[in-house]
Design a protein around this ligand. Structure first.
Ligand code: NA7
Length: 539
């Protein structure tokens, strides 16, 4: 790349995960001149980056794949919840089937984008010095593109290996005989801990908040067997937009206390036995919305979980007697023997909450808590991501007023309309971003649901010979109110988590996601489109 050559396109798509791949396929089919750029050197998005031992999706098949029959007819998964390597193989298969490679450029980091109001074009620059001029800037950077590592003193002094799990070496490190630490017990931390407990000489897990993880109930398939028969797939894919969470789950049509205790216990047992997210998303409809219902679910979870743990002191940290926070209001993880690892002699748990011994600093030898220094050879820092907005804000995006997206969102948090675009940033759309159904439905579901809306909007612009589409300030402000209203109807804002932006020091405390459910979201965005893109200014 010589830095002077300017490539002109209809659209530049950023990010080769589900969102970017779907848009490349759809837009090319519609005759647009598009290109997909990605900073990694292959497809997969989060699955390209997350190769740590045990990395696995917790959406069950077929709710974690594209709905295109040309793909699923000839693809067979090995497991109900596929691992990261199998997901990368899937992406490779998709890239071949859809012939994506000729329009994809890897190892390309988009560093800035500036809107030119005279030309109605974005000028986009990459780190390597390439320049693109495009009508549409389509961001599919994912919700977990920006890692978060707390700014502990001494990280650079540690003599062993210190890494964030999304930078796991492609060549598997040998941890036999090693003293290993895992900091953080989100979905990532528990998946890694489960695996490393099998190989490490000693594994120490540093937990600040307990993870109310549910049994995954993995199933291994002998091809061509799959969980659902393939003829049912079209209906299952269709059904995603009828489900609150964009899967096949729906809440029970009755509240927790509509059932007598005996009946309720039976219902809980059934949901528990199903595995997957049933106990979270197919339970009584009031579980995420009222405290008493939530506590009832917690007590069931707690007792089931404690029964797996031998040491009562350890059990009290992993599944406290008193409910520590609203069940299901931090991302629920699916575990495979996670709680049982603490019965092994080579695994220990450190409580780093304010009740326990918080981490003070990283030292040459390991991790110093308020109690003592723990020595390690290997520290896995599974402390998560500047989720949802982080990936978007790390690109220097400037609209016509010269204000950057980061600045636009820094004062009072994310501002979007429909979780698809932001005022002051014309012809720019994103998927799986703030105020969308992100994390309510999963990557592929959102990629299609939001991606199709974006493609339709671009087609509409073309048909009407329009140059510019941008959310209005008013619609953005109203939408933000709606986001809060929906969140406040639930227990979500009572808990600190990346859903509320509170995992990152200094980040605005606000609901990162739309909590009205997928069907309402789908209806809302389609209504805007059907009425000529209400809430957007078109010119
Ligand atoms: P998460 O879910 O954000 O988890 C991060 C974990 O790291 C969590 O247990 C945090 O404890 C812990 N953490 C973060 N900062 C600190 C500090 N300063 N000290 C101690 N512990 C800390 O990230 P994941 O990568 O596991 O999962 C991200 C998403 O990927 C997940 O939700 C799925 O959607 C897939 P805390 O709970 O904040 O007390």
């Amino acid at each position: 790349t010589n830095g002077t050559h300017v490539q002109e396109l209809d659209a530049l798509i950023v990010g080769a995960g589900f969102g970017g791949v779907w848009q490349l396929k759809r837009l090319r089919d519609e005759g647009y001149k598009v290109k997909l750029v990605e900073c990694g050197d292959n497809y997969g998005g989060v699955w390209y980056w997350n190769r740590y031992p045990g990395a696995r999706v917790d959406s069950a098949i077929p709710f974690y794949e594209f709905s295109d029959p040309a793909l699923w007819k000839d693809w067979t998964w090995k497991e109900r919840f596929p691992g990261s390597a199998e997901l990368r193989s899937y992406f490779s298969y998709v890239a071949d089937k859809w012939d994506l490679r000729k329009d994809t450029q890897f190892e390309t980091f988009v560093s800035s984008a500036t809107w030119d109001d005279v030309e109605s074009r974005w000028t986009i620059k990459t780190k390597a010095g390439e320049t693109y001029k495009v009508k549409y800037f389509l961001l599919n950077t994912g919700f977990a593109a920006k890692r978060y590592i707390p700014d502990w003193e001494g990280i650079d002094k540690f003599k062993g290996t210190f890494l964030h799990p999304s930078y796991w070496p492609h060549e598997e490190p040998d941890l036999k005989g090693k003293r290993v630490a895992v900091i953080g017990t989100g979905s990532t931390g528990i998946q890694i801990a489960q695996e490393l407990s099998k190989v490490a000489d000693h594994l120490t897990v540093f937990q600040r908040t307990c993870n109310m993880s549910l049994p995954m109930r993995q199933v291994e398939y002998v091809p061509p067997e799959q969980y659902f028969p393939k003829p049912e797939y079209p209906a299952l894919f269709e059904g995603r937009t009828d489900s609150f969470s964009g899967f096949a789950f729906n809440f029970l049509p009755r509240s927790t206390f509509d059932d007598e205790p005996e009946e309720r216990a039976k219902t809980y047992e059934k949901l528990w036995a199903e595995g997957d997210f049933s106990f979270w998303l197919a339970t009584y409809y009031d579980m995420l919305f009222t405290k008493e219902a939530n506590n009832e679910a917690y007590k069931f979870w707690r007792d089931k979980t404690r029964a797996k743990i031998n040491d009562p002191k350890v059990a009290e940290i992993l599944a406290p007697t008193e409910q520590p926070y609203a069940f299901g209001c931090k991302r629920i993880s699916l575990e495979q023997g996670y709680f049982e690892i603490y019965n092994q002699p080579n695994v220990s748990l450190v409580d780093t909450s304010s009740k326990g011994t918080p981490i003070v600093e990283i030292t040459e030898k390991g991790i110093k808590t308020s109690e003592k220094e723990h020595e390690f050879d290997f520290i896995v820092c599974a402390t998560g991501y500047d989720a949802v907005t982080g990936g978007l804000c790390q690109i220097d995006i400037k609209g016509p007023s010269g204000v950057s997206l980061k600045e636009h969102w820094s004062e009072s948090g994310a501002k979007t309309y429909l979780g698809l675009g932001s005022s002051g940033f014309p012809n720019m759309f994103f998927t799986y971003g703030p105020q969308g159904p992100t994390a309510l439905c999963n990557g592929p579901t959102c990629a299609q649901l939001q991606g199709d809306w974006i493609v339709n909007a671009m087609n509409y612009m073309k048909e009407k010979n329009l140059k510019k589409i941008v959310p209005t300030k008013e619609s953005e402000a109203e939408y933000k109110e709606l986001i809060w209203k929906l969140a406040n109807a639930s227990l979500l804002p009572t808990v600190d988590s990346w859903y509320m932006g509170t995992n990152i020091p200094g980040k605005t405390r606000e609901p990162m996601i739309y909590l009205g459910g997928v069907p309402t979201y789908y209806k809302t965005i389609n209504e805007s489109a059907a009425n000529g893109y209400t809430g957007f200014e078109l010119s």
